[in-house]
Design a protein around this ligand. Sequence first.
Ligand code: G3P
Length: 221
Amino acid sequence: MKFFVDTGDIAEIKDLASTGLLDGVTTNPTLIAQSGKNFLKLIAEICEVVDGPVSAEVAATDYATMLKEGQKLAKIAKNVAVKVPLTPDGLKVCKALSDNGTQVNVTLCFSSAQAILAAKAGATFISPFVGRLDDVGQDGTQLIKDIVQIYKQYPNFKTEVLIASIRHPIHLVDAAKVGAHVATIPPKVIRQLYAHPLTDKGLAAFVADWAKTGQTILDAA
Ligand code: G3P
């Protein structure tokens, strides 16, 4: 499973990139607004920090303007993945950009029918928003299971399932169980993945018991 971080916070991106576990980054207009940074400059900076796909979302909603915006974003760096909304015009842009070799992340996916359209439009990634479905009482993880199962029926579908809107580690684990290709994870949730009280307790005991030996490793002959 590839791990992308879902943020526009360059300090968080740099910190998580240093773990060696980061395969890409996703942003969206909300995350860009929260960063307070210049959008194009921030995407360029992120693309220098992370070699993997960096999703940069168009702002327009009409075909002609989204296409021009997407073409401009794609020129920032070779690892830019242009993000477009799952609308008729967004998928027309997806088809045009992907036919031209640009990576496209189709976002705001909430149904299997939408995911089928995105695959047919040549999307590199499809982003089902599991958390937002859960927020309205629908089963976001079930959607991931359905999309993965549908895509498996068609070898010519090259679109990777990128689980988004992750609220907690179980969203990621459940998606991994069914073979989602990518998870884009808020920094807070990435840190939750590491955490377990029994790990902390066990390590403290190892440290204390080692200290009782009076030995060191590095100074030993
Ligand atoms: O990449 C999409 C993601 O940022 C949406 O997450 O928490 O706004 O539903 P959220």
